[in-house]
Design a protein around this ligand. Sequence first.
Ligand SMILES: C[S@@+](CC[C@H](N)C(=O)[O-])C[C@H]1O[C@@H](n2cnc3c(N)ncnc32)[C@H](O)[C@@H]1O
Length: 226
Amino acid sequence: MPIHNGNISALKFFTAQNASTYDWLVYTATFGQDDEWKKQIVRSVKGSQMILDLGCGTGILSTTLRNANSLAEVVGLDLKFEYLKVASTKRGDIPLLNATVEELPFIDEVFDSVVTSYVPKYTQVERMIEECLRVLKNNGTLVIHDFTYPNNKLMQMTWKSYFALLKIISNIVRSWKDVFMELDHVIEESRWLNDCMSVLDSKDMKSIKCTHHTLGTAAIIVAHKK
Ligand SMILES: C[S@@+](CC[C@H](N)C(=O)[O-])C[C@H]1O[C@@H](n2cnc3c(N)ncnc32)[C@H](O)[C@@H]1O
C-alpha cells in the first residue's frame, strides 16, 4: 500500500515523548471544544452495542463512549503503540489494537458504529471509508470528525494568528514542536472533508450528513450504511 503525506505526518507528530501530555494538550489547545465535538459524536452513535474507535490515540473518545453506555463494547485501534499504552491505563475493559485504519483486522459486518476523531487528514480516505463500510453492519453508523480550515476571511486571520502563537510556544513545549510548527499546513492542505463526502456519495448510503462546528474550524460527518 503506498504511503502518503498524511501517514508521514502522523508518524512524526505522535511520539513516545508527547503521548502522556496529549489529553491536556487537546483540551487546552481547542479551548475545551474537544469535549463538545466528542459529545456530538457520542450522541450520533447512541444505542450502538459494538463500536470501533479508529485512531483512538490515548483513548479519550473510547472511554467517553464506554462511560456513556456501560453495555456497549468499544474497541480502540491506533497506529502508535505509545498512544495505546496511555489508553490502556484508563479503562482495562476496552480492547486496543495496534493497526492502521486502511487495513482493519476485523471480519465483515461486526460493528454497529465506527467513529473517528482528528484522524482522516492523516489517512488514505478512500481506503479508510471502504474498510469502515466493510466492517459496519447494515444500518450501521459512521462518524468522521476532524479540523477544517475556516471559509470566513476574519476567521482565517484569527486562525492563522492562533497558529503563529503556537509556533512561538513550540520553543517552550518542545515535545509538541513538530505539531505546532506543521499542523496548520496539514489542516489547510487537507482535502479530507471533500474526499470523504465524495467517496460516501459514490457509495449507496442510506444517509449522509455533514455539520460544521465552532466557526468552521471542525466538521463532523454522520453517515448510515444501507
Ligand atoms: C490527533 S490524534 C487523535 C486521537 C483520538 N482520536 C482523539 O480524538 O483524541 C490522531 C491519532 O490518529 C492515529 N493515526 C493517524 N493515522 C493513522 C492510521 N493511518 N491508522 C491508525 N491510526 C492512525 C495517530 O497515531 C494518533 O494517535
